[in-house]
Design a protein around this ligand. Structure first.
Ligand code: T46
Length: 140
């Protein structure tokens, strides 16, 4: 099935600004995400001309945050594409399963935090775009 791109959500992460000017604190609690976080990883020192991702997940759900700097997330459901620029540590992008993603245009110092719904399983990856297209058709 082609997942609707409307199922992707840009979510505000609560920000607590310090009244004495000591900066901000953001917190991610259970209620923000529709799944229990099983794994955390982060991308950093990505050259500006490199891209990450280039795959879809069969089951995994994911929440991406630009902790520092900025990058683009190109999302594709097999029919259409949408691009999000992440550049704030208090905004996160919730990506459901069944969506192809590519991350590119990393700024200097960008850090991409990823909070995901499962442990690492290579069998959950569709790393070939044609396989992904076939997968979206077979599950129609
Ligand atoms: C995603 C994007 C945003 C592990 O051993 N454990 C892990 O938890 C992960 C995520 C990766 N790896 C190994 C697998 C590869 O040998 O690290 C190597 C690089 O992984 P990959 O090519 O999948 O990296 P990205 O940046 O293209 O993709 C990663 C995530 O895999 C993926 O879920 O959405 O970041």
């Amino acid at each position: 099935m082609h997942k609707s791109l409307d199922s992707i959500q840009l979510i505000d992460i609560p920000k607590i600004s310090d009244p004495d000017g000591r900066g901000n604190l953001s917190v991610i609690e259970k209620k923000i995400l529709p799944y229990e976080i099983k794994r955390v990883y982060y991308l950093y020192d990505v050259p500006s001309d490199s891209s990450r991702g280039g795959h879809a997940h069969i089951e995994l759900q994911q929440f991406l945050i630009a902790l520092s700097g900025s990058f683009d997330v190109v999302l594709d459901n097999g029919l259409e594409r949408k691009v999000y620029t992440l550049n704030r540590p208090n905004k996160g992008l919730l990506i459901p399963n069944g969506i192809w993603r590519e991350l590119d245009n990393f700024s200097a110092g960008a850090v991409c935090l990823s909070l995901v719904s499962d442990v690492y399983k290579e069998s959950d990856y569709l790393r070939d775009y044609n396989d992904f297209k076939s997968y979206t058709k077979t599950t129609d």
